[in-house]
Write a protein that binds this ligand. Sequence first.
Ligand code: PRP
Ligand code: URA
Length: 209
Amino acid sequence: MGFTHIFDHPLIHHKISFLRDKTTSTPQFRQIVNEIAMLMAYEISRDFPLVTTTVETPLATTECKRLAERSVVLVPILRAGLGMLEGFQFVLPSASVGHIGMARNEETLEPEPYYHKLPGHVTEAHVIVLDPMLATGGSACNAIDFLKSQGATDITFAAILGTDQGLQKVHEAHPDVRVYLAEKDPVLNEHGYIVPGLGDAGDRIFGTV
Ligand code: PRP
Ligand code: URA
């Protein structure tokens, strides 16, 4: 089985309770998605390599640690993944951004890709795929298949809510991909929605409910 990290942090639990609440407004929802994304970025970057560099402070010369010049590419899956982008960029401002456009067919629940744009250095970068919802795992797998077909080798998938079904699908197809979930929910309903979940993440982020 591949690597899964599920957050167990008071701030994350607190914020997710507001995402779940159907009375949370779109501006609040969008704000909280970004706050959670920022906290996730902090944890995901825990093992990023550091290099030693010499810095002149106003008082002395000292050795400091800085992130290695190893590029990070953030890849939100449109639409809902865009909601997590600002939070990640706040913590990783130098990251490049690729986009994958994908919509799940409401009947078959199969992902239907409609747009791809990646930076050229995706082959050398640590690629972090952003999508708030890992439901059946179809969209995640399709996005990861595409990234690998373009030469990406170092991939992390970050979602706010996920299910065992989604995790299993990703880990079986892509055991090398690290998956981070803010929380894991018990089931999918007959329409492929995560339950208790938070509803349609894209609709709630963009006010298309
Ligand atoms: C949602 C979500 C994921 C996908 C998850 O997107 O943001 O991309 O469904 O479902 P899966 O794991 O079963 O594939 P949706 O297709 O609703 O598009 P949107 O982001 O444009 O709302
Ligand atoms: N996509 C969503 O936005 N919500 C779900 O519960 C499942 C897929």
